[in-house]
Design a protein around this ligand. Structure first.
Ligand SMILES: [Zn+2]
Length: 154
């Protein structure tokens, strides 16, 4: 990472930052590029002046709030939440459409996906749904093998 890079700057538009930020002391006249270290992987990251302007003036984040993770680690942390969201939504849909094989298959694969990411999820239900597929499809067989393996170990 180059140290000679010119520091990026952007003017703080005081009228556009959040009310809480406006009340706080020490708001500078300009945003300046800042570096920080990701709390998960330790990578050095740039919090650019331009990005700060978006954070505080468009997203209205509190001025003293700073990013703590690199983009990659941030995404990785979001994934389980999104996997849970899809799983919960499909399971809710399945309540209203019991016996819908395509939906059962989707639910099972999402349960397995969620379990892969978090170690949680209803694997016996996934097995039940996968068995009902009566399918030789690779994706189904792999998911079944995964469930049985995890349940055997637990
Ligand atoms: Zn990271």
């Amino acid at each position: 990472m180059t140290r000679q890079r010119k520091l990026g700057k952007a003017r703080v538009d005081f009228e556009r930052i959040s009310a809480a930020s406006q009340r706080s002391l020490g708001i500078p006249s300009h945003y300046e590029d800042e570096t920080y270290w990701c709390v998960d992987c330790g990578k050095e990251c740039l919090f650019s002046a331009r990005r700060q302007k978006v954070w505080y003036e468009e997203k209205k984040r509190y001025y003293w709030q700073r990013p703590i993770r690199c983009d990659n680690c941030f995404r990785v942390r979001q994934q389980p939440r999104s996997a849970k969201f899809h799983m919960d939504r499909s399971l809710a849909a399945l309540q209203d459409a019991q016996g819908d094989r395509e939906l059962m298959r989707q639910c099972a694969l999402q349960i397995v996906d969620y379990h892969r990411q978090t170690g949680r999820g209803n694997l016996p239900l996934a097995i039940h749904l996968l068995n009902a597929q009566d399918s030789e499809e690779n994706e189904v067989l792999e998911a079944l093998a995964y469930c049985r393996d995890k349940l055997r170990r637990s």
